[in-house]
Write a protein of this length. Sequence first.
Length: 466
Amino acid sequence: MRSQCRLWLWVGGTVAAAIGWIAPSPSCSWEYDDKLVRVEVVQQTKGPLSPSSGTNPMAEVPAERRADPTVSSPPHAVSRTSSEIPLKRFEPIVAYPFTTQAALRGLVWGAEWLQRRHQVHGRFLYGFNPALREALEGDDDIAQARAAFALALSARFCGEEKYAVAAGQTILTLLAAAPIDARDAQVRIPRAPSAVCNRVGFAAAVALAIYALPSPDARLFDEAERLCLFLRRQTRPDGAIHYIDDPAGDPRRQDPLGENEHPCWGLWALASNHRHRPSAEKQEQMRRGLRYYRARFRAAPHPLLATSLILAATEWFGQTKEAEAAHAICEAADWLCGLQIPVTDPRLPQWAGGFRQFHQGRPVDAPSETETGLYVLALSAACQTARMIPDPDRFGRYATTVVDATRYLIGLQYTEANTRHFDNAFRAHMLIGAFHLSPRDGTIRLDAVSHALLGLLRFLESGAER
C-alpha cells in the first residue's frame, strides 16, 4: 500500500509538472538559464553563433570577428550612489502613470533578456523563432552595434555593471570588423562592403555605442574618433553623406532606401563626437548636413528619414540651441505623428498606438515592425526638444502620441501573462523580456529588441513619462 501511494504521488507530480502547475517560474536562478540556453541553441543551430560543446568556443569564430586586441579590455561601470542612478528616481513606482510603470518593467526585463543573449565570442544571439524553438539564421553587424548601444545606455540607466561589460565586449568585437587603415592610422574603415553591411550605418552605431558606455576607456574614445573621421570623410560639400562604397557612384540609384537611415545616423554620431571633442570643422559639417537632409525630407518624406533626422538634430540642438535644428525636429515629428494608428480606430484595436508601414511613398494598413522602437525613440526626443524651446502645444501633442506608441510597444513584449501556452521553463528562459516583431509575427529579432529598449529609455527621460 505504501509503495502504491509513493507511485501515485510520483505520477501526480510528473503530470502536474507537465501541465505547468509546479514548473519552474521565471524568477528562478539565471544560472540555470545560461545552461539551458547554451544547450538548446547548440542542439538547434550550427555555426559561429552557437559554438559546439566540447571545443574552444572561440575556435569557430573567424579571426576578423573576434575582439580587437589593440584596444583595452571592456570597461567596468564606475560605482555610483543610488541618487546618481536614473532608475532610482522612479521610486516609488506606484506614483507614476500606468504606462510609465509598464515601460520601466519592460525596460528592465528587456535589458536582462538582451544581456542573457550575449555569447562567449562577444556577439548577441541574432534572433529566435519561438514557434519552432530555433535560432534564426544569419547575422547583422549594424544590429549587433545597436544592441551594444542599447545595453550600454541600459547600464547607465539601471546602474548594472554586467550590462556595461557585455556592451563593451561587443564593441571590442565589432571594432575588429573596422580595422585601422594601413595608410592612415587616424581612421578606421569597416571591412565589409556596404552591400553586405552599410559602412556608414555600422561606423555610426559603433561610435554611438562607445559614447553611451558609463565609463569608457580613453582609448575607446580614440577609436570612436577614428570611426567618426571615416564618417567625416564621407561628407560631401553640400552636406550629404556618401553612404555607398563607389566614390563616383550615385547613392540614390544604388541604394535608394539607404538614404532614409544611414546618413542621419552618421550625423547623430558626428554630433555626439562634437560633444566630446568639439571643433569648428565638425560644427560646419553638422550644419550643412542637417540643412541638406531637412531639404531631402521635405522633397521625399519617409518615416525612417524623419526618425534619424530627429535624432541627429536633437543631439545638435541640445548642444547649440540653433533654431534651424529645432525647425527640422518639429517638421519631421509633426509628419511622423500623422502615421500613428489612432486608438479610436475600431477596425484595428490590436494596432492602436502603432504606426502604419510606408511603401512607395504612401502609408499602408499594416503595423510597423522592427522600426516601432525607433519611432518611440524619435518622438520622445522631439518631446525633449519641445520642452527646451519651449513649445507647450507641440509638447502636449508629441507626449500624447508617444504615450500611445509606448503602450503599443510594450504590448509586443513577451511576458508571463502572454506566454502561458509555452512550456514554463522554456518561456522563462528564452521568451520573457524579448520583443517580437508585430502583433502578427511572434519572431524575436535583435534589432527589434534593441530598438524597443532605445525607445523605452528615451521615453523615460522625455517628460511624457510624468
